[in-house]
Structures are given as C-alpha cells and as structure tokens.
Design a protein. Structure first.
Length: 131
C-alpha cells in the first residue's frame, strides 16, 4: 500500500477528515501539505496564551507535545509557541493526531486565525497538517 493511500484510509476511515489537493501555497519544499483539521486551542485562558497574544500572527508554527501519561486524557497534546504553553488540542480532536504522532509521523501545526475580540476564550485557531 502506498503511503498516500494509507493516509487516505486512516484519515477518511476513522474521522471523516478531508484531504485537500493542495495549492501552490500549501506546497513546502516540493512536498504537499495534507490538512488534518482546524480547531481552537483548549484552555488558552488558563496558560501562557493571554500573555503571548501580542506575539501571535497567522502562520506562526506551533509545537505539539504528546502527554500519553496525562491522567485525564491519554491522547492529550500540549501546544507551545517558543517556550510559552498556549493550551491543548481539544479532546474531541486529539485522538487521530495523537495516534499518527505515536506511529512516528510528524504532525505540524500553525496558527490559522486570530480572534482578538473573543478574549479570553477561543481566540486562537490552529491548523494541523502532515507533509
């Protein structure tokens, strides 16, 4: 089975997420971005998010940190920018992404949208993709 076919089966079969064909803007160094989803950051107001708001722009890369030993959610993933913890991937969205990362697939994330008027809840939307 080809890698592309594998991802189509995994992503479409388990979560119903759509794979995009990709535009020139979605291609990175000859590789096509496969979009996995777009969600708001959970718990943004409880961590370093409000203090880092003025540093955030669309397209800024985010770091994902798996927490397989989290006592509340074994698929939990923290979201960081630089050294600042912004929050978590929402529980309803983290299982597939977590399982891909567990298999060694590099999942990337970036800031997609900012909603400064929605403070302090739900004001940063992130996008997940693989190359």
């Amino acid at each position: 089975m080809k890698r592309k076919d594998f991802f189509k089966n995994v992503l479409l079969g388990t979560t119903g997420l759509l794979l995009t064909k990709g535009t020139a803007a979605q291609k990175t160094a000859g590789k096509q971005k496969i979009m996995l989803g777009t969600v708001f950051i959970s718990g943004f107001q409880y961590y370093d998010g409000p203090e880092t708001e003025n540093l955030q722009e669309k397209g800024i890369p985010l770091q994902l940190n798996r927490q397989p030993h989290n006592r509340y959610d074994k698929y939990a993933m923290e979201i960081f920018t630089g050294g600042a913890k912004l929050g978590y991937v929402p529980r309803a969205e983290n299982k597939t992404i977590s399982e891909l990362m567990e298999q060694g697939i590099e999942v990337k994330a970036e800031i997609k949208e900012l909603y400064p008027d929605a403070r302090p809840l739900g004001n940063v939307k992130q996008r997940f993709y693989i190359l």
